[in-house]
Unconditional design. Structure first.
Length: 215
């Protein structure tokens, strides 16, 4: 089945270009477009995309608030959000991740990188972000950290180890090699960690690790 993608950006020509790139792929399908964040909820209700590719800076409602509205309206049924930003160290990109976005990518990224990012976000299997990922997440480290609570205590020792390795940015294959496990087993562990900690995806797992002083 193809991944259903919605585009949200206030620049019509940019949207048209992205739509051409995405639609050129057999496994990706553009199902709707909007010109501002205030249209996102209605767009998702109408088109039911798997991924919303969303500009972080828009004139009426920016990508951060639009992401919050999607999560508030659809909860666990909300589509994944991949934020587009113009420059690496964009405070709004970090805000969008905190609001529930699954990652961000630069607007001038190579088409193949953007396409890979959409697929990865749709699968929910890895962190997708620009080259400044570490610097963005350092912002969460700089805050006053809180000790992990009862939810963390429910994790098994193996799950805690998997959490830390995933939060460090390791892929399932890399974790499997380091822990002498199969990729399928790692995937199961990651899924259990996300469920126990009530986290949406691996990006939120990284935020959790920073906010609780685990990294």
């Amino acid at each position: 089945m193809s991944v259903r993608v919605a585009l949200v950006d206030d620049q019509a020509l940019f949207r048209a270009g992205i739509a051409m790139v995405v639609s050129s792929q057999d496994d990706l399908q553009v199902v709707g477009q909007a010109g501002d964040g205030d249209e996102v909820v209605a767009l998702v209700e109408q088109c039911r995309p798997d991924v919303v590719l969303m500009d972080v800076r828009m004139p009426r409602v920016d990508g951060v608030e639009a992401t919050r509205r999607l999560l508030a309206r659809f909860g666990e049924e909300a589509p994944r959000v991949l934020v587009l930003t113009t420059f690496d160290l964009d405070e709004l990109a970090a805000d969008a991740i905190e609001a529930g976005a699954s990652g961000f990518v630069l607007k001038d990224a190579r088409p193949e990188l953007l396409l890979a990012a959409i697929r990865a976000v749709a699968e929910g299997t890895q962190i997708v972000a620009a080259g400044a990922t570490r610097a963005v997440f350092e912002r969460f480290r700089q805050r006053t950290t809180a000790a992990p609570g009862a939810d963390f205590e429910r994790l098994t020792p193996r799950e805690r180890e998997i959490l830390l390795r995933a939060a460090q940015g390791l892929s399932n294959a890399e974790i499997a090699a380091a822990e002498f496990l199969s990729e399928a087993t790692v995937k199961t562990h990651v899924s259990r960690v996300l469920t126990k900690l009530a986290l949406r995806d691996r990006v939120q797992l990284v935020v959790y690790a920073y906010e609780h002083g685990l990294l």
